[in-house]
Every structure is written in C-alpha cells, then in structure tokens.
Design a protein around this ligand. Sequence first.
Ligand SMILES: C[S@@+](CC[C@H](N)C(=O)[O-])C[C@H]1O[C@@H](n2cnc3c(N)ncnc32)[C@H](O)[C@@H]1O
Length: 394
Amino acid sequence: MHAMPALRDTAPPSRLGAWSERWSAWRDRLLSSPAFRRRAAAFPFTAPIARRSASQLFDLVAGFVYSQVLHACVKLDLFELLAEGAQDVRTISGRLGLPLESTERLLDAGVALRLFERRGRDRYGLGPLGAPMVGNDAIAAMVRHHAALYADLADPVAFLRERPAQTALGQYWPYADASAPEGLAAASVAAYSDLMTASQPLVADEILDAYPIGRHRALLDVGGGEGAFLISAAARVPPSTKLMLFDLPAVAERARRRCAASGLGHRIDVYAGSFLDDELPAGADIATLVRVVHDHDDAAALRILRAVRRALGTDGVLLVAEPMARTRGAERMGDAYFGIYLFAMGSGKPRTQAALTALLHEAGFDRVQALRTRMPLQTGLLVARVARTTEAAP
Ligand SMILES: C[S@@+](CC[C@H](N)C(=O)[O-])C[C@H]1O[C@@H](n2cnc3c(N)ncnc32)[C@H](O)[C@@H]1O
C-alpha cells in the first residue's frame, strides 16, 4: 500500500483558467458526441483531423497486439533472417519452424506495421521500421524484457488500486527494493546489466554530443553499470582524463571485465559500493548520473545527489541524463511509458526538469541548465554546478 500524496493545488482557477476550463468542457462535449464525430468525419476540412484522431485512438486500443507482433519477430530473429534478402513465405515458415498460416499472419501484421514489405507475391523483405531492427540489440533487449512488465500490468486496475509489494519487473531490477543492494548476487544483476549495456548506445552519444566532456580532467560515472558509457566517453577525451566508475559490487565486477575486454582496463578505475550508504571516490571534476535518479524515490534520490555533491568537493559539474516527464514531444515516453514502468518496478518516477532542479538545489547544486539532446525521447540532460555558497552537504 502506498500513502496518498498530498492534494495538489486546490486554489480556484484564474479568469483565464476558468475560460480555458469552459473551452475544454465544450470541446469534450463535442468530441464525445457520436453525431458530431460523424459530421466531422464527413466534412472536408475536418475529415483529416477526424481520421487522424480515430487512428491514434485505435493505436491505443491495439497497442498491445502491435508490441507482441514485434516481440515475436525479435524472439524469432526474423529481422536478421530477412536481412539476408527478401524471401518466399514458405521458406520463411520453414526457417522459423512456424506453421505456414501463422507465418503469413505474422508477416502480414508486420507489413501493416511497416516492419516488413511485400516484395511480389508471397515474398517478404524488411520494411522501413524493420530494417533499423537488424542487429539492434538495444531495442531487442528492451522488447524482450517487457514480458515482465506486461505480466505486472495484466490487470491494470488491480495493479493501480494496490501495487503489489513484489512485481515481476521489481525482481528484474532487484536493487529497486533491496534493503542492502550492495549484497546483491552476481546472478541477480546479470539480466538488467546486460539490458543497460545493450541500450546504452541509445543515450551515450546523445549526452556526449550535447556536452563537451573533454574539457574536464576526471569523470566519475555514478551507477555506471558495466562501463558502456565510460567506454564511449573514453573516445571523446584526451588520454590523460581520469575515468572512474561506481556501482554495486556485483555490477562493478562485470564492469571490470567489460572494460578490460574493451582494452580500457588500464584507463577506467572501477569502485564498488552503494551510493545510498558509501562515500563515492573523490577527485572528479565532473560526475554523471545516467538513467539513475529516476530509479529512486525522492529521499533516496536526494541521498545520491548529496553523495555526488560531496565527492565533487568545492567545484565540479554534474550531468543528470534520463528521460524526463512533461518533455515536449516526448510525453509518451516520459510520462506514459516511464511513469507506469517505474511504478511497476516499485521505485522511482520520471521527473520534470523543474522537479530535478529542485532536488539538485536541495542537494547543494546550482546553475542548473537544461541542454538539448537530439532525441529527448531517449534522454533529457541537465547540467548542474556545485553551489559556491554551500558547505559539503551531510
Ligand atoms: C538503470 S541502471 C543505469 C546504468 C547506466 N548508468 C546506464 O545508463 O546504462 C542503474 C544503475 O545503478 C546501479 N545502482 C542501483 N542501486 C545502486 C546503489 N545503491 N549503489 C550503486 N549503484 C547502484 C545499478 O546497479 C545500475 O547499474
């Protein structure tokens, strides 16, 4: 059970607010009238809008089926198979080991979703959304692990009424409710660490293109996973730049192995511990929290930010990179997807830039600035500086 949040602003709306509420009520009445919708669909000026809205609404209705079509294609390695070239449906059916009729249904569904294209009678090739899936471990890993999320959401109202103490997604991310995350065993961090490494290319370049990391002398990646971000960063900084990673012991061990395998074992110092309880290594003039803060409720998030603030000493920069709430053009990712996802995980929430900024101020940072990323859908980016006036926060 979760405590009810305090009621939000209950002040009466301003004059403008009252007008806008009346306008919204009028629009809602119109749009909920079947007669109005019929007229709008027939009238030449409104017909395209009506069709677009109907199509968007249908996408919401059918979204689960679309996701499962994609899931099946990923599980069957169908994108890789068609990357060899367009093939006849019987060949595809034989190679997938699926009945012919199921193969046709899957391929036709994929054509409608632009994953595949028909290339002549009974032949199928990759489509505009299928081609980018070839070898795309990042998206494939996200698709595969959604099985846990969908299991948790099977009865969405029951889930929202009383979020279970244990969820399938929470088990996937065992640090989400661990009282002693530093004790997590190697086996329990493996799946999420693989997913993070696979999906890190979706964010690393976004961050590194938006902020000139090369001007710093020492970078500490906090909650840095297996080191994928630092391995990308290493290519953007001079060889003299010190690179440090901090993560839970079982993940740190994986990071050591991955950094060594990438030939960067000598450049990246890996530190193990819990950022909720342990001191972070000192000496960095820039720290990064990539897809970390949103995993934690406010009290824990504040603890992490304060730990980073102490590690940076009296000067330094912090980059917070993660999908953010109410980001124009990325609301579906920030608010709908991550809002529900993190709720199912059992900890954390997507935050607006303003909410993150407030936490950063409270932790002893100031001069918080949002930097533009090319794909806010994948990550937003805030840069903050250690406040000049504060002592290291406790
Ligand atoms: C969502 S992952 C992000 C990993 C990486 N920054 C990335 O973007 O690929 C969160 C990371 O925080 C680490 N983490 C969670 N709780 C932690 C704790 N108490 N102390 C240190 N690291 C922790 C996890 O092990 C994981 O590597």
